[in-house]
Ligand binder design. Structure first.
Ligand SMILES: [Zn+2]
Length: 77
């Protein structure tokens, strides 16, 4: 089983299984692609943890929820 996770420092998607570095911050686990990202996160975990939480739900390719809702609500012609 491999979980796809986002490296909160550089934004890269990686497999949790294969991530060479990991760490915990405020009870959540994070994975990093490199020692550089690991070090940056450990230096400023609060900043990166927040960015990660905000970015994850809409990571680049979510369909626009608003337009979907609009189409469903549109009355029949
Ligand atoms: Zn990285």
């Amino acid at each position: 089983m491999s979980d796809r996770v986002v490296d909160p420092v550089c934004g890269m998607t990686i497999n949790a299984d294969e991530a060479p570095f990991s760490g915990e911050h405020q009870g959540s686990k994070y994975f990093f692609c490199s020692a550089e990202c690991d070090a940056k996160f450990k230096a400023d975990g609060d900043a990166y943890a927040t960015v990660s939480r905000l970015n994850l739900p809409g990571w680049g390719m979510t369909p626009e929820p608003e337009s979907v809702t609009r189409q469903r609500k549109r009355p029949p012609a």
